[in-house]
Write a protein that binds this ligand. Structure first.
Ligand code: SAH
Ligand code: SF4
Length: 351
């Protein structure tokens, strides 16, 4: 079985031509796929009935990810979906909406997609990391997460504006499927989202960052640093050894050189662990003059023993970075009460 959401527009053309149909039939599949969100090939009425039947008989399908549960936060700004995949795995995906009166500018509807079920990196503060690795998602499963929300938003006269790869899993550890999904989602005959509206977040895998830099894409990169030195970082990210802090900074710099896109460093702040003024100074020294941006994320509660620093220490940490000329923001977190915030995703409903 092959899900039609797996195919790049060029591959869709090849498929219809191999079936003996004219090239334009590909657009009669692609347009409904990305604008009408059919649940089944039989719903693509633009195609002749015979062609639909031939596609089905040849093993093509739609809908390898079905919604089985939906939770909405009290303010209605955050929605979390649990999707069931054909292989019986399930995966979580989150929509975050930002009120334009609070952020300035246009309304934003950002989807946070997952790339794996669980994660092998084992970060001690992350619920997904504590689940361990279960499986890689296929490109069609990643694309489907966006499609589900695109449909929900369309019903309200809204649309997807941004996409962040910050759900479950390490995107660069599932590189081929992740990049296929990015290409489909940004293709002008696919979902058509602007490359600049996508951010990939990685724990910092040097080889993956280098590969991504060579793709000639305008997507944003966020690197989860969490510590300014290798000793502390290894305690928080037990699998960090092959990629030192220095390596990661270097690959971030190369990414910027190659793509012109500035890299963001994410830093989950944990009370008594990585939030002292001394560590802030060390981080400032490491990053200053680099043009990079730091996103401070006061840790979200998970099953682990970590807690958020006080408001006061968060501000102090920020001040030290800003005083050193390091551009820095404190991230507005959404969805904590429905366990939809960073690092809280795991598939609780399984079983
Ligand atoms: N694996 C990738 C992307 C998914 S995690 C990565 O690590 O970057 C997305 C972001 O959530 C990362 O910056 C991660 O460090 C952060 N995160 C994980 N657990 C968290 C928690 N409990 N509280 C706040 N942020 C967390
Ligand atoms: Fe994996 Fe990212 Fe969680 Fe670390 S923070 S365990 S890399 S998902």
């Amino acid at each position: 079985m092959t899900d039609l959401y797996r195919l790049l527009p060029e591959e869709m053309e090849q498929l219809v031509m191999d079936m003996g149909y004219p090239r334009y039939r590909a657009d009669q599949i692609l347009l409904p796929l990305y604008y009408k969100f059919p649940k089944d090939i039989s719903e693509i009425k633009q195609l002749p009935k015979m062609m639909r039947e031939e596609l089905i008989a040849a093993g093509y399908t739609i809908g390898s990810a079905k919604e089985i549960h939906r939770v909405v936060s009290d303010d209605g700004d955050t929605t979390k979906l649990l999707l069931k995949l054909t292989n019986d795995n399930s995966v979580e995906t989150v929509l975050m909406q930002y009120d334009p009166s609070k952020i300035g500018g246009h309304p934003r509807s950002t989807i946070c997609v997952s790339t794996q079920i669980g994660c092998a990196m084992g970060c001690v503060f992350c619920a997904t990391g504590q689940m361990g690795f279960e499986a890689n998602l296929k490109a069609e499963h990643i694309v489907s997460q966006v499609i589900h929300f695109a449909e929900i938003l369309q019903q309200r006269g809204e649309h997807v504006t941004n996409l962040v790869f910050m759900g479950m899993g390490e995107p660069l550890a599932n590189y081929d499927e992740m990049i296929r999904a990015v290409k489909i989602l940004t293709h002008d005959r696919g979902f058509g989202l602007g490359q600049r509206h996508i951010t990939i977040s990685t724990i910092g895998i040097k080889s993956g960052i280098e590969k991504l830099a060579e793709e000639n894409l305008q997507i944003g990169l966020a690197i989860s640093l969490h510590a300014p030195n290798n000793e502390l970082r290894k305690k928080l990210v037990p699998t960090a050894s092959p990629n030192s802090v220095e390596d990661i900074i270097e690959s971030g710099r190369n990414y910027f050189k190659r793509t012109g896109r500035r890299v963001t460093f994410e830093y989950a702040l944990m009370a008594g662990i990585n939030d002292s003024p001394k560590i802030a100074l060390e981080l400032a020294d490491l990053l200053k003059g680099n043009g990079s941006h730091v996103n401070l994320i006061p840790i979200n509660p998970t099953a682990g023993d970590f807690s958020r620093p006080t408001e006061d220490s968060i501000r102090k940490f920020e001040q030290i970075l800003s005083n050193a000329g390091v551009n820095c923001t404190i991230r507005i977190e959404k969805g904590t009460e429905i366990s939809a915030a960073c690092g809280q995703l795991r598939t609780d409903l399984i079983g």
